[in-house]
Design a protein around this ligand. Structure first.
Ligand SMILES: Cc1ncc(COP(=O)(O)O)c(C=O)c1O
Length: 462
């Protein structure tokens, strides 16, 4: 079991160790009878004093989570009698990703951050505070004003997006922002464009609103702007880290896209879903910053930085569209839970998101480097052609033409490794297949095991 502590957190070290182990026991990552590392080992691996670990162990023991054994060793107790009636036996932040069902043993599917890294203790503190505010009205359909102020400062600092909080609307994740924008500026039958391969959930949701979704190819510079039909009303694009290929859109293409949108009166929906995880260079600035004609809506989410379970994101809307978007908002769910919005507000305003990102970036960077080294080796052996990717929670790779994507995925699934392929994200059938290697859900040990199986299945000497 991996334990993560944040030396910058205001929640003491012993408390963090207590919470991490307690969560691990409650969500079944460590089972009854399993042995915990000794206080000496754990103190050494976490870089804290032994006294700190002993304090955490004493509390776990007092609350019945662990028990000492004669002859040494600390074991996890059998909790079946301790669980509160009706308490979930499955973790709420479950590691099966988006889909319901049994989690595969080794999950290389992209898109979900590691629930083991969720800042449970801090989040609980702010959630408790938020509940105490006794909010009892529908509130503002754009979202809690205080949160929007905090978010407008956050997006200015982290991404250089300079926007008044009045332009910002809090949404239930990026997906809802896409929905609001489509409904606000299209009619059924209108043409909208998206990258191919691209974010499949955008396509299925857009089609459900009655618009025609035209797939636009992606090359080494990103979206091929020339291929966008003249009648387009809205373009969905992931310029900073194309999903799923990982390509960064070139400056020439950015300018071309902005000029196309301006001349045709189309809206660009900039999906900046994972720029917070950048491991080498600085990310290119968002399209939003280059836009001089109010053609870009900038969408961000907390699904990667914190958890998709929160369903929280936001959109910076061109002022000309603001009222139309809010009108759709009022027609559907009004606004996300104010308790959750207030929790997020406190968490970011007190600087926790920044320290959480520092901590998680380090963890993901280790996994990203390991994954990249494996893919380079596979490339040197002519088996895969990985995309240059220095960001996010996945790396994509084209398969050599001799390998069949569906066959590889089935063989991996038979050995307990879940992964996604390009076919899932494409409506234009790709000439060669590809795999999307996510590393959000596997800890370093699981990653090693998964890569051993992948190497075996695709024939790579790692
Ligand atoms: C490219 C891309 N955009 C948007 C999203 C949606 O995020 P949310 O959970 O905020 O709806 C995802 C989620 O996986 C994604 O991969």
């Amino acid at each position: 079991m991996d334990i993560f502590i944040d030396p910058d957190s205001t929640s003491g070290l012993a408390n963090q160790i207590f919470e991490e182990i307690r969560e691990g026991i409650l969500d079944g990552r460590v089972g009854p009878g399993e042995r915990l590392p000794s206080s000496r080992e754990l103190a050494a691996s976490l870089g804290v004093s032994r006294h700190t670990v002993t304090t955490a162990f004493q509390r776990l023991s007092a609350e019945g989570f662990i028990e000492g054994r004669r002859g040494g060793g600390t074991l996890v107790s059998d909790l079946s009698s301790l669980r509160a009636p009706g308490s979930p036996s499955e973790p709420i932040l479950d590691r099966s990703g988006r889909d319901q069902g049994v989690a595969p043993a080794l999950d290389l599917r992209p898109g979900t951050p590691d629930p083991r890294l969720f800042p449970t203790a801090d989040w609980k503190r702010y959630a408790r505070w938020a509940v105490d505010q006794h909010v009892a009205t529908y509130g503002d359909p754009a979202g809690v004003a205080d949160l929007r102020r905090v978010l407008s400062r956050w997006v200015a600092r982290s991404r250089g997006v300079d926007a008044s909080f009045r332009q910002l609307i809090v949404t239930s994740g990026a997906q809802q922002a896409f929905y609001l924008l489509i409904r606000a500026c299209t009619e059924p039958g209108d043409v909208i464009a998206m990258e191919d391969p691209g974010y499949n959930r955008f396509r299925s949701m857009a089609e459900a609103t009655g618009v025609e979704v035209v797939p636009i190819p992606v090359d080494s510079e990103g979206l091929v702007v020339d291929a966008i039909p003249p009648s387009v009303k809205l373009v969905h694009v992931t310029p900073s880290h194309q999903f799923p290929t990982g390509v960064t859109m070139s400056m020439a293409r950015r300018l071309e896209l902005l000029s196309m949108a301006h001349s045709r009166g189309a809206l660009i929906v900039e999906d900046d879903y994972d720029s917070e995880f950048r491991y080498v260079d600085r990310p290119l600035e968002p399209l939003y910053r280059l836009d001089r004609s109010g053609s870009v809506a900038y969408v961000a989410t907390f699904s990667k930085t914190l958890s998709p379970a929160l369903r929280l994101g936001y959109v910076v809307v061109p002022l000309s569209l603001h009222e139309q978007v809010l009108e759709v908002r009022r027609q559907i769910d009004w606004a996300p839970s104010q308790v959750d919005q207030l929790t997020l507000r406190g968490y970011i305003a007190d600087g926790h998101l920044e320290s959480h990102l520092r901590r998680t970036r380090r963890v993901y960077m280790g996994r990203q480097h390991r994954m990249a080294a494996f893919l380079e080796r596979a490339a040197a052996q002519g088996v895969l052609r990985p995309a240059a990717s220095n960001a996010g929670l996945h790396i994509s790779a084209r398969l050599s033409p001799t390998l069949d994507e569906a066959d590889i995925m089935t063989r991996l699934a038979d050995r307990g490794v879940a992964i996604e392929g390009y076919a899932e994200y494409s409506s234009i059938r790709p000439a060669v297949g590809g795999l999307v290697f996510g590393f959000g859900l596997v800890d370093s040990e699981q990653l090693e095991e998964a890569l051993r199986i992948v190497a075996d299945v695709i024939g790579v000497d790692d």
